[in-house]
Design a protein around this ligand. Structure first.
Ligand SMILES: Cc1cc2nc3c(=O)[nH]c(=O)nc-3n(C[C@H](O)[C@H](O)[C@H](O)COP(=O)(O)OP(=O)(O)OC[C@H]3O[C@@H](n4cnc5c(N)ncnc54)[C@H](O)[C@@H]3O)c2cc1C
Length: 304
């Protein structure tokens, strides 16, 4: 791939201002780990997004979308290709009674706060999930008994170079931490959510409860990427990790949290290799001791 050709192409299309070259991705993830992306693009609008996708397809450059990078381990070798981030331009929040149209780049925690101010219930669970709407839909993000599937009505996404499609909730097959857009080459642009009329005090109380539970149980003041593993049916992943004696295990500056064994924390300049070592060590021990193959919730992105 010739970077100068791409630069010229972006210049011609008038989108050079939204492209960064060799952008370190660690500053775009909650673990603060990750090497550079060849190209990093933060489009302000759908036209510029289509242009950049079209250039990437024309020049066979693979692309990935990231939100707040709160469910990602990006490898130190970085990403050979284009990384797209919608956190700048796709921030619309439009209420119409109980219905809200939300841009993919909106922070979920912020949205939860705005819903509270409108006395709308349904997003209390999201009050401190640090992702964006786009990432939350892909992962069907949730806390305790609630998740995105409870509120999503439909999702609008870009597929291919310039085809915009809309899928209703029933066509998205929401499941535990996934929907059927996951792993596909689609870019979520926005979604429509249906909330319920609520009572301000009750909504606020629920939010406070959720915050309290998290603060007591999770290492929120350390760099992390949320749960590393999904809970296998009938088990809590954190309990399994604890039972195989890996709680507190460290490698370099990466450590399996003493506060919550399903979290890996970065105590400084941990490498992606340090984190991967710990992930694989847990997987091996849980398989050996319980015969259970843990499924990763965290996604790994980058050149192996
Ligand atoms: C402290 C902490 C607590 C957390 N607590 C929870 C929790 O309670 N529940 C929970 O479910 N998760 C939790 N998480 C994990 C994470 O916040 C969620 O999975 C979140 O939904 C990820 O959103 P993101 O914007 O960070 O996505 P990223 O991590 O950037 O990306 C995740 C996936 O979404 C895709 N993606 C992102 N945006 C788009 C888009 N616009 N179009 C298409 N694909 C897109 C990416 O390609 C990737 O596959 C936590 C994380 C942290 C750090």
């Amino acid at each position: 791939m010739n970077i100068d050709i791409i630069k010229n192409e972006c210049n011609k299309q008038g989108i050079n201002r939204i492209i960064k070259y060799n952008e370190p991705l660690k500053s775009h993830t909650s673990l603060r780990i990750g090497g550079p992306a060849d190209f990093f693009c933060c489009p302000d609008n759908i036209e510029d997004l289509k242009k950049v996708v079209s250039i990437s397809q024309e020049h066979n450059i693979p692309f990935w979308v990231i939100g707040n990078g709160t469910n990602l381990l990006i490898l130190d070798s970085g990403v050979r290709g284009l990384v797209i981030n919608l956190n700048k331009g796709f921030k619309k929040i439009e209420f119409s009674d109980k219905i809200v149209k939300v841009g993919a780049g909106v922070s979920l925690a912020y949205l939860s706060k705005i819903a509270l101010n409108k006395e709308l219930s349904g997003l209390e669970f999201a009050c401190n999930i640090p992702g964006t709407l786009g990432g939350a839909i892909i992962n069907n993000a949730g806390f305790r008994e609630n998740c995105m599937a409870d509120v999503v009505q439909n999702v609008t996404f870009l597929i291919g170079e310039n085809k915009i499609e809309k899928a209703s909730k029933s066509n998205l097959n929401f499941n535990y931490r996934e929907c059927n857009l996951k792993g596909k080459s689609v870019i979520i642009l926005e979604a429509t959510l249906l909330l319920k009329k609520g009572n301000r005090e009750e909504i606020e109380l629920k939010i406070k409860e959720n915050i309290k539970i998290r603060e007591t149980k999770q290492p929120l003041h350390k760099l992390n990427a949320g749960s590393i593993f999904k809970n296998p049916p009938g088990y809590y992943a954190g309990e399994l990790v604890e039972k195989v004696g890996t709680k507190g295990l460290s490698r370099g500056k990466a450590e399996i949290s003493l506060k919550h064994a399903n979290f890996i924390i970065n105590n400084g300049d941990a490498s992606s290799g340090d984190v991967l070592y710990l992930i694989e060590e847990i997987e091996k021990r849980v398989k050996k001791n319980f015969g259970i193959k843990l499924e990763r919730e965290i996604e790994i992105l980058g050149e192996p």
